[in-house]
Design a protein. Structure first.
Length: 261
């Protein structure tokens, strides 16, 4: 059950807490645990669907709220639900652009997924690590909540086409992938829909901009230029530095005053 008055701390996962795509360092886990014991409600907000968050957390923090698919999925008290999905016409328009640019993709439903990209693409190592879902045809998904393009003849043009269709588009140039979400779906928008208005946040990438910008206390992990000015402080993208900043928050100590340029 969500209680908006509680202290809430929101963590992105990949590149913020998880640096190998599979696990979270014990120092970070200990610091997050200290945060929880200090009375913070924990939220993990990821581009991953909930299905792919569970193996990374590996049973830790079972009371935490999970936001997956950049805000299209939520799990509260262990119950997963889709809170945003592509409409039929919206998806058809996106698929027309996908065909135009001969794109390979990962499409996530509320639990199962469809994949048409190269078998050797790095994203495959992060999909369904726990063997919890099924790979199906796109038409067999009851809804599409997130659409990730992993290759295309012109990635920039495809990203622009998605924006022109009114979708939320995150073009990750460093990973050469494009995240499409329905409408105005973001992690921050999902938080507000859950009734969470005041929170602390840790993030590292372009899909964390709004999450950090609206946070009471915000921490950028690493130096992604898209987050310049969106966070109060910046810490290095390594487990020791991240764990130290989380521990400061848990202890109620002043944050490390490293300006977020």
């Amino acid at each position: 059950m969500i209680t908006p008055s509680a202290r809430t701390t929101v963590f992105d996962v990949d590149g913020t807490l998880c640096f190998d795509g599979r696990s979270i360092d014990d120092r970070i886990l200990a610091a997050v645990g200290a945060c929880e014991r200090a009375g913070h409600r924990l939220v993990f907000a990821s581009a991953r669907p909930v299905r792919d968050l569970l193996p990374v957390l590996d049973g830790a923090f079972p009371a935490a709220t999970l936001i997956g698919g950049n805000g299209s999925l939520v799990s509260v008290d262990g119950r997963v639900r889709a809170r945003a999905a592509f409409g039929r016409d919206e998806l058809a328009a996106l698929l027309a652009e996908v065909e135009r640019y001969r794109a390979g993709y990962l499409a996530d439903g509320p639990w199962d997924y469809a994949y048409t990209g190269p078998d050797g693409h790095p994203i495959r190592g992060r999909v369904d690590q726990g063997g919890l879902a099924r790979r199906v045809e796109l038409a067999d998904l009851p809804a599409v909540v997130k659409f990730l393009v992993v290759d295309a003849t012109d990635m920039a043009a495809l990203a622009g086409a998605g924006r022109a269709l009114g979708m939320t588009v995150n073009h990750h140039l460093d990973e050469a992938v494009i995240d499409f979400a329905p409408g105005t779906t973001t992690k921050w928008e999902a938080l507000t829909a859950l009734g969470i208005g005041e929170y602390n946040a840790f993030g590292n990438d372009i899909n964390d901009v709004e999450l950090l910008r609206h946070a009471r206390h915000s921490v950028r992990v690493g130096a992604h230029p898209a987050l310049d000015g969106a966070a109060r402080v910046t810490v290095a993208a390594d487990p020791e530095a991240v764990a130290a900043e989380i521990s400061r928050l848990a202890a109620g100590a002043p944050p490390a005053r490293v300006p977020a340029r």
